[in-house]
Write a protein that binds this ligand. Structure first.
Ligand SMILES: [Zn+2]
Length: 127
């Protein structure tokens, strides 16, 4: 038959939503505190990250911490993926956090000397 099929253009851009996503994606809606929470005697130290979120539903959070010494990641609590570059630890969590959400994450690292957390910040929030 060869009937003419009109091409369909899918419009999936939502401009207003895109602007909103850009406004808070820097992580300014997140506040993070971090502390050392014991060691297991084999050079492994547990670091806790308390992450507080306000303002809107979050679908993922990125946290960057700088430690006082180089280290390797031994284990995480399973909700984050951890990567290391020099003394910098990056945690990516792809779970939801409510508009007034609070979550505690932990990572176990191995270091030759006891590390301290020099700085910690949230760098990205997924809307
Ligand atoms: Zn957010």
């Amino acid at each position: 038959m060869g009937a003419y099929v009109k091409p369909v253009i899918l419009q999936n851009e939502d401009v207003s939503e895109g602007v909103f996503a850009a406004s808070g994606s820097d992580g300014s809606c997140l506040s993070v505190t971090s502390w050392l929470d014991g060691q297991d005697g084999s050079g492994s130290y547990r670091i806790v990250f308390k992450v507080q979120h306000t303002g809107h539903q979050s679908y993922g959070q990125t946290i960057v911490a700088t430690l006082s010494t180089s280290f390797t990641v031994v284990e995480t609590d399973g909700t984050v993926s951890a990567s290391v570059s020099g003394n910098t630890l990056t945690l990516v969590r792809n779970n939801q956090l409510n508009d007034t959400g609070l979550v505690e994450l932990w990572v176990k690292v191995n270091a030759a000397t006891q590390p301290t957390v020099l700085s910690v910040a949230a760098t990205h929030c997924e809307h």
